[in-house]
Every structure is written in structure tokens, then in C-alpha cells.
Design a protein around this ligand. Structure first.
Ligand code: DSN
Length: 428
């Protein structure tokens, strides 16, 4: 057998043929290595993901599913997709899996179109209180096709009140009850959501995109364990895989979901992404990943404590998962946008974030969101969280003090140098 493996000279080839792109690639590698990623939806993928994403699986069209494809030459793509589906089912304790969704939005659209009719009612969390765009925000296509009724978190507690969710369900009789979030720092009561759905005869759908890795690692509850009908997760957040999405469900929904993903919504799946997802699911079933998932939460709790002790105002006062939402306008007198820019100056990447009932608009909201999946993937522990929390507090208290910001940036770089990004080597 010949070895047709891609030459390691591939990056030399890029350097020669497109120096601009090569330079941008190296600059981004440096940015990720020298700074710290604290946006809760981002992560450093497993190193094993890179060779598969940059592999010859990129070249293959594979419309259909294993054993039922529309193009020839599928012996290897069938193999990787079957492996990926089996691993997803085992990891999330589900009867059915689809690993073809190109991303989170496609994944959720496939669920709605597969299980509902246009105009059907869905009960989901409001975007402005931590829900996701694809949970029926009026600006999304989904918000125009289906009738979304939105529950909110309580102000000032920041928590979801299930009695209010139940009252909305009894009033609007949804076909589907959806739980999941982009910005909610607490564990959800899946059994409580299921009871509400059962009472009104609705399907149960959990979008666990942010916490898919924490569920896989056994650190947070799995909605499938309490009988949810369907669950979706992106694969690139706490799961540490390639950008993409996957759906797991009860087998009885499998045929409808398969048809909804292809040919309903998508054409050819991205087989390099499917291959990388397959490997991710294997790595996420390891003992070391269980330890990683637990540490993500330990780190988040420690970081939250440090921020609160330093006077920061956290939505719900803390966290049960990997993220925290900090109201920056009150303590620091900064909008979320100003806070994001200030923390960029010191090498800490966060995102501006609406807080519940935010009086400010989305591009100038009142808070920021921070999370620990990426820092933990670098091996950072509670002591590193104390250092990072201190840098965040000092930076937000001195946003105009350039000397202080420079000194803090040097502290961030020194910390990051001790915890390399998985898969990035310093070849300087
Ligand atoms: N953009 C993701 C997040 O940050 O939560 C969700 O799509």
C-alpha cells in the first residue's frame, strides 16, 4: 500500500502561494497562544481534529446516509459516519444520532422542520434572557415560520421560574417545549420541563450546545436520561470538536430527522467535519475528558467567587456550569462593549452580553459573558482562575490607564506561556 498521506509541506505550499493568508494564519495562532479565550462558547479543539479537518475527506460528496448514498466511492465515508453515529448514541445514551448538521442553526432548523409543521407553537427561552437566536428570535427565519412563545428568567434573581413556564404552556398548548440557552449560568431542571411538556402533550427538545461536552463528560445532567425526545448540540464548544452540530433522539423520530437534515435542509455533508466529529466523540468518552468536564465547572465556580469577592455583580450570583454573566455597568461603570474592548487590551477575550431585561441595546449591552472551557483545555486550574480573575477586576477598574493595561497584558502572556494551546507548538 502506498502512503498518500498529505505532505507536511502543505503549509510551506500555502506560505508560497498565498503569503497574506499564511501571515493571517500565523497571526491568529499567535493571538490564540498568547492570549486566553474566555468566551464560553469557544474552545481549543482536540489536536486530533486538525488533521481530519484538513484531510482528503474534504474532497468527497456524500449525499445520503451510510449504505444509501447518491454518489460512488463511499467505502471510507460510510465507515466514518457509521462510527460517528454509533459513538454519539453511546456517549449521549440515545437510540438515534445524526452527525451531518453543518452547525448549530442548521441543526435546530432540522429539528423544527422534522418534527413540526409551519405555524406550530414552540415554547422556548427568550433571546434577551439567555436563549439563542434559533430559539425563535423574531429576526431568525425560524421565528417567522413557527410560532414561538418565549419564557424569560426572573429579574433580579436571573433564574427560570418553572411555574411561569408551566402557566405559558397551559395557556398556549405548544407542540414542543424547548430548553437550552446561550447565556444562562445555572443547571436546568430537565425533569421539570418534561413534566410540563407531558401535561400539555408537547415534544421535549433540549439544545445543549454550550454544555454538550459537560454532559458527555458526566459533569452535568443529560436530558435524554429523563426521557427527552430530542437533543441537539454543537460539536465545537465544550465538546472540543470541529465546528458543526449533531442531533440525538428517540429512534421513533429518526426517519423524520434524517429526512429533515438531508434532503430537507442540507445537500452534501462535510465529511471532513464528520470525520473530526467521530474522533471528538471517542476522545470525549475517555476518563481524562470526564476529569476535564469536572474541572471546567470547578474553574468556573472559582472564577465566579474571585469576581464576586472583587465586587463584581454576577447574574444569579454565581454559576453551576461553565459560564458567568457579569453586569459591568454598575460596578465598573462600563458597558459590555467597553468591557470587552478593555479585556482585549490585556489579552483576555470575552463577549459583550445582554443581561435579563437589559435597558441597553445588544451592541452596547450591560454585561459580559465569561467561561472556562478553553482555559481548562489548556490545563489551567483554580490558581490560574485566581490570577485571571484578578487581571479582569484590575483591568475593568482602570480601563483608561494604559500603563496598568500593559502590565496586565504581560501578566496574561506569562500565564498563557505556562499553559500552551493543545496542538500549537512554539516553533520560534
Ligand atoms: N454563538 C454562540 C454563543 O456564543 O453562545 C451560540 O451560537
Amino acid at each position: 500500500m502506498h502512503n498518500f498521506a498529505r505532505s507536511t509541506a502543505a503549509s510551506d505550499c500555502l506560505r508560497a502561494s498565498d503569503p497574506d493568508l499564511f501571515a493571517a494564519l500565523r497571526a491568529e495562532e499567535n493571538r490564540q497562544a498568547e492570549g486566553i479565550e474566555m468566551i464560553p462558547s469557544e474552545n481549543y479543539c482536540f489536536p486530533e481534529v486538525y488533521p481530519l479537518l484538513g484531510s482528503v475527506f474534504n474532497n468527497k460528496y456524500s449525499e445520503g446516509y451510510p449504505g444509501r448514498r447518491y454518489y460512488g466511492g463511499q467505502e471510507n465515508t460510510d465507515r466514518i459516519e457509521t462510527i460517528a453515529r454509533d459513538r454519539a448514541k453511546a456517549l449521549f445514551r440515545a437510540e438515534y444520532a445524526n452527525v451531518q448538521p453543518l452547525g448549530g442553526s442548521a441543526m435546530n432548523q432540522a429539528v423544527y422542520f422534522g418534527l413540526l409543521q409551519p405555524g406550530d407553537t414552540v415554547l422556548a427561552m427568550d433571546l434577551s434572557h439567555g436563549g439563542h437566536l434559533t430559539h425563535g428570535a423574531p429576526v431568525s427565519h425560524m421565528g417567522k415560520v413557527f410560532r414561538f412563545i418565549r419564557y424569560k428568567s426572573e429579574v433580579p434573581s436571573g433564574r427560570i421560574d418553572l411555574e411561569k413556564v408551566r402557566a405559558l404552556a397551559l395557556e398556549h398548548k405548544p407542540k414542543m417545549v424547548l430548553c437550552g440557552f446561550s447565556s444562562y449560568p445555572r443547571e436546568l431542571d430537565y425533569a421539570g420541563f418534561k413534566r410540563i411538556a407531558d401535561e400539555v402533550g408537547a415534544l421535549t427538545f433540549a439544545d445543549v450546545s454550550h454544555i454538550g461536552g459537560l454532559i458527555a463528560g458526566g459533569a452535568l445532567a443529560n436530558p435524554m436520561d429523563v426521557g427527552f425526545d430530542v437533543m441537539s448540540t454543537t460539536t465545537h464548544k465544550s465538546l472540543r470538536g470541529p465546528r458543526g452540530g449533531l442531533i440525538v433522539a428517540k429512534q421513533k423520530f429518526g426517519a423524520a430527522l434524517d429526512k429533515s437534515v438531508f434532503p430537507g435542509l442540507q445537500g452534501g455533508p462535510h465529511m471532513h467535519q464528520v470525520a473530526a466529529t467521530a474522533t471528538t466523540l471517542l476522545l470525549a468518552s475517555s476518563e481524562s475528558f470526564k476529569a476535564y468536564a469536572r474541572q471546567v465547572i470547578v474553574n468556573a465556580k472559582r472564577l465566579a467567587e474571585v469576581l464576586v469577592a472583587g465586587g463584581a455583580d454576577l447574574v444569579t450570583g454565581g454559576t453551576d456550569n461553565h459560564m458567568m454573566v457579569v453586569t459591568t455597568t454598575q460596578t465598573f461603570g462600563l458597558t459590555g462593549a467597553e468591557s470587552e474592548t478593555t479585556l482585549d487590551e490585556v489579552g483576555i477575550t470575552v463577549n459583550k452580553q445582554l443581561i435579563p431585561d437589559d435597558p441597553n441595546p445588544p451592541l452596547r449591552p450591560s454585561g459580559i459573558r465569561l467561561g472556562t472551557p478553553a482555559a481548562t483545555a489548556r490545563g489551567m486550574d483554580e490558581a490560574a482562575m485566581e490570577t485571571l480573575g484578578g487581571i479582569v477586576l484590575r483591568a475593568l477598574r482602570a480601563p483608561k490607564d494604559l500603563a496598568t493595561l500593559q502590565a496586565l497584558h504581560a501578566e496574561t502572556k506569562a500565564l498563557c506561556a505556562k499553559f500552551p494551546v493543545p496542538g500549537l507548538v512554539d516553533d520560534a
